[in-house]
Design a protein around this ligand. Structure first.
Ligand code: NAD
Ligand code: FE2
Length: 331
């Protein structure tokens, strides 16, 4: 009993020292930011831009739903028109299970690709990031879990989000899942941040209301957790607050009037700002719990988030931030 208490004390002291050190590192770490294209038609413009980089073959990573909906047509037409060869891998399902990522790596290698376009929600984008890192380092995806586990940088990754939630187009993270152990796994590396991304609201008008709501809650949670956490900076605070304001104004509109392009574009931008905020300032308890629910019960990520918000009490050392005011409006 005494030994267990002692171990727990040592662990908690060690953990808090590690967390403090990590906080310092994330404040100082240079995090690349993708060149952004924003607005209706920007996915086609991204395709035109990719043509200028002279890749020999691009792997386009997406999911079967997005593929069937034909959302990639403008980008693929732009690639074709510009003479860029590409191959589509459209087998990624929610939470990017490891087995599908392995298949993607096999296609990447067999087709000798030298760039990746990640096209879809967070699951497709995170799968694409992992495929790139695994292929560059000849490692199994599970070996990349943690911080900076690959020696080599992936080939250039371009991203087109089709949900307004994860902000994965700007983050250092890739969340994948291991169905065998029922766990969600996080890969973190500044080199998996895409080099260019397009926020095209025309791709989001068909998002069902429930996916709109759940993914919007994800963006809101990123902003709140980045803001109330210990690692925020003036820069991340500004982005987080802007995102919260934009989400409160535009998520109800996008939810009810899915075809409202202005609301969809503002939500895509808000998710992007929240992604920039949390990729430096990190997330917190809400994500810790949501990842367990996602791993065990496959609860959609955004749906697993809201219930823990009410436990986000104000941090006494930061009364000026008044996080309780934000959290209260959610529950
Ligand atoms: N990398 C990061 O920084 C980060 C941040 C937060 C969450 N995540 C992870 O991202 C994943 C969730 O991503 P998500 O919330 O974007 O959902 P998702 O990618 O799993 O997609 C959800 C569903 O929406 C469908 N869909 C996507 N775009 C659509 C469109 N335009 N029209 C119609 N249907 C569409 C998909 O086919 C899928 O069925 C989780 O695994 C989560 O842990 C990653
Ligand atoms: Fe999230």
């Amino acid at each position: 009993m005494f030994a267990k208490v002692l171990t727990d004390v040592v662990r908690s002291v060690g953990l808090s020292a590690v967390m403090r050190a990590a906080g310092v590192v994330t404040r100082l770490l240079p995090i690349p930011r993708p060149t952004m294209m924003v607005g209706p038609g920007s996915s086609a413009r991204l395709g035109q831009a990719i043509n200028d980089f002279g890749h020999s073959k691009v792997l386009v990573v997406t999911d079967p739903v997005v593929s069937k909906l034909g959302l990639m047509a403008p980008l693929l037409q732009a690639l074709k028109a510009g003479g860029t060869d590409f191959v589509v891998f459209d087998q990624i399902t929610p939470d990017a299970p490891i087995a599908q990522i392995e298949k993607g790596v096999a296609v990447f290698k067999a087709q000798r690709c030298d760039a990746i376009v990640a096209f879809g929600g967070g699951s497709a984008i995170d799968a694409a990031k992992t495929i790139g890192l695994a292929a560059a380092n000849q490692k199994h995806p599970a070996q990349l879990v943690g911080y900076f586990k690959g020696l080599r940088a992936p080939v250039p990754i371009y991203a087109v989000p089709t949900t307004a939630g994860t902000g994965s187009e700007v983050t250092v993270a890739a969340v994948i899942s291991d169905p065998e152990s029922n766990r969600k796994l996080v890969i973190a590396d500044t080199r998996i941040v895409p080099c260019m991304a397009a926020l095209d609201p025309t791709l989001m008008v068909g998002l069902p209301p429930e996916v709109t709501a759940a993914t919007g809650m994800d963006a809101l949670t990123h902003a709140i957790e980045a803001y109330i956490g210990h690692w925020g900076t003036a820069f991340t605070d500004r982005l987080a607050l802007s995102a919260v304001g934009m989400i409160f104004e535009n998520l109800p509109v996008a939810h009810v009037h899915g075809h409202d392009l202005a609301a969809r574009e503002k939500m895509a931008l808000a998710a992007n700002y929240a992604g920039q905020a949390f990729t430096r300032a990190n997330v917190g308890y809400v994500h810790a719990i949501a990842h367990q629910l996602g791993g065990h019960y496959h609860t959609p990520h955004g749906l697993a988030l809201p219930f823990t918000h009410k436990y986000n009490h104000p941090e006494p050392s930061m009364p000026s931030k008044n996080p309780w005011h934000i959290s209260c409006r959610l529950v």
